[in-house]
Design a protein around this ligand. Structure first.
Ligand SMILES: C[S@@+](CC[C@H](N)C(=O)[O-])C[C@H]1O[C@@H](n2cnc3c(N)ncnc32)[C@H](O)[C@@H]1O
Length: 236
């Protein structure tokens, strides 16, 4: 898919079509590791303090919720996503958790954020950046809306460094996951897109370099669960 507009349309329709099953399948297919990965990323985000945070490509709002649960109810979070169905599921969950006073979800595109420069005390994006039609623009937008000295944290899938583990992981990711995801959600193509998009995404060192080239300072990368996921944390 070379045309950025085609990729955006495909990604939007794909996530909207699986929104109802998204949380259940995340927990099942990752054996709940996704909860730990987001928790780690949020801890990195909260390190530089502040009260107002942005969760980019928030989906059903898991990072936004984790920010308030870990950081306290004085935190305010705006979560943005371009899928109305994901936002719908997210709002229901936030209401159930009693966090509607702390978290607002907004339907908008991450590549043109409707916020002033230097507005937030930090921005996070979990499993979103790989789906953007322009990764550098996505990083640039996060950087633009964050205050100087505050943190930008990105969580994304990566490949395990160990060859044997990588082999096992690839069999699971490419063969098993699309079958289970397809049966439950009825959208096998979405769970085939997941491994395909991870395999073509820049590896850990390459992505860290991209963040540095986009003027994020002190970028650190943390490989989690044998390197299946990586948290990148840097400062504006
Ligand atoms: C894999 S989900 C991640 C959701 C959530 N952050 C999480 O940790 O579960 C990716 C999300 O990115 C959103 N997304 C992808 N491209 C986007 C864009 N350009 N602008 C806004 N949202 C986008 C999709 O709608 C989807 O909800």
């Amino acid at each position: 898919m070379t045309d950025p507009k085609d990729k955006e349309t495909f990604v939007l329709e794909m996530f909207s079509s699986i929104a109802r099953w998204y949380d259940f399948l995340n927990r099942l297919l990752s054996l709940r590791r996704d909860v730990f990965w987001r928790g780690f990323a949020v801890k990195e985000l909260l390190k530089s303090g502040g009260n107002l945070f942005l969760d980019v490509a928030t989906g059903t709002g898991d990072c936004a919720i984790e920010i308030v649960k870990s950081g306290g109810k004085d935190k305010r979070v705006i979560g943005i996503d371009f899928s109305p169905q994901m936002i719908y599921e997210g709002r229901k969950k936030i209401e159930r958790e009693g966090l509607s006073d702390c978290i607002s979800l907004l339907q908008t595109n991450a590549l043109g954020l409707p916020f002033d420069n230097n507005y937030f005390d930090g921005a996070i994006c979990a499993f979103g950046i790989r789906n953007f039609s322009d990764v550098r623009k996505g990083i640039g937008e996060m950087r633009r809306v964050v205050k100087d000295g505050r943190r930008i944290v990105i969580l994304e899938f990566t490949n395990p460094a160990n060859k044997v583990l990588r082999g096992i992981y690839h069999i699971y990711f490419k063969k098993v996951l699309p079958i289970i995801g397809g049966i439950i959600s009825g959208k096998r193509c979405a769970y085939k897109y997941l491994p395909d998009s991870v395999m073509t995404f820049p590896d850990r060192d390459e992505f860290k370099k991209i963040m540095e080239e986009e003027n994020i300072r002190n970028v650190q990368s943390f490989a989690l669960t044998f390197g299946i996921a990586t948290v990148y944390a840097g400062v504006k």
